[in-house]
Ligand binder design. Structure first.
Ligand code: NAD
Length: 270
């Protein structure tokens, strides 16, 4: 059911790689809720071509940009305003990549070049986007920026390796930039801490399926799926949350507040 929550709003949505991507669902919902937006991803991800299907479905244009490249981000924000006919109201940062995870390198043996790459792609890219947007004055008053994160930023999950530290940095950038951008331009910046979700980035993590099932049995509501994450992001883009900023918001079916569930206890009693 659509509520027209984003009627007349203009956005930029990063990170829709395929139909499993959280960003893909956000784009579908934003379209249903009346927004117009530009889709973007790293040029290398574009070559896979699936994003075109989403662009057609949501009547959106695609502007490729590597989120680590200031020039490409400048083009993204400039072109998006031209295409959409005005300043931007919402931005989704849905970008994550760790070469250490991809190569199955244990945390304590992290390769530092890969670590730096992970920081640049998955955390610093948020700073770069915000800095470019602010310089161009590309975001409207009370505009909303949401970045997706994971609870390994607060608690240790051994298999999440360097991404845990990188997500901690991402969340900190949301708070720090949120202060400055809020003071000067009333732009809001929040992170959404999402349940394990079956996407390309998610399932790339070693032992993902076991952990997915564990989290599902701990959370009173079960794991939150990509579609419900998209619904939550839409509320954060809408005016209904216009005073919410600099927050890390858990979207995890109650997982983060649960010590142990009866189901998990029962397994130890077997
Ligand atoms: N899947 C999960 O379990 C889970 C849980 C919590 C948070 N998240 C976060 O959600 C976000 C989206 O991930 P997803 O699970 O939808 O997976 P996904 O693999 O579908 O999306 C990751 C996206 O990042 C893009 N990307 C990588 N390098 C880039 C670059 N240099 N420039 C621009 N884009 C680049 C990829 O092309 C891809 O579209 C990530 O930040 C991820 O860490 C995922």
């Amino acid at each position: 059911m659509a509520y027209n929550l984003l009627k007349g709003k203009r956005g930029i949505i990063t990170g829709a790689l395929d139909a499993n991507s959280i960003a893909w669902k956000v784009a579908e919902k934003a379209h249903e809720e009346g927004a117009t937006f530009v889709l973007t991803n790293a040029p290398i991800a574009m070559r896979m071509g699936e994003i075109k299907v989403l662009a057609e479905k949501t009547k959106s244009e695609i502007v490729p940009a590597d989120a680590t490249n200031i020039e490409e981000l400048t083009t993204l924000f400039t072109k998006s305003q031209e295409i959409l006919g005005g300043k931007i109201d919402f931005v989704l940062h849905s970008i994550g990549m760790s070469v250490n995870i991809r190569k199955n390198i244990p945390y304590v043996e992290s390769n530092y070049d890969y670590f730096m790459k992970g920081i640049d792609v998955s955390a610093m890219s948020l700073h770069k986007m915000l800095s470019v947007a602010k310089k161009l004055d590309a975001i409207n008053d009370y505009g909303s920026v949401v970045a997706l994160t994971y609870m390994a930023a607060q608690r240790t999950y051994p298999f999440y390796t360097d991404m845990a530290d990188i997500k901690a940095m991402l969340e900190s950038i949301a708070r720090s930039f949120g202060y400055h951008y809020g003071k000067e331009k009333k732009v809001r910046i929040n992170t959404v801490s999402q349940s394990p979700t079956k996407t390309t980035a998610g399932t790339g993590i070693k032992g993902f399926d076991d952990f997915y099932n564990f989290a599902d049995s701990v959370s009173p509501l079960g794991n939150a799926d990509a579609e419900s994450c998209a619904d939550y992001c839409i509320t954060l883009f809408s005016d209904l949350t216009r005073m919410v900023t600099m927050q890390n918001l858990y979207h995890d079916g109650g997982y983060s507040s649960t010590g142990v569930s009866a189901e998990v206890m029962a397994k130890f009693g077997e």
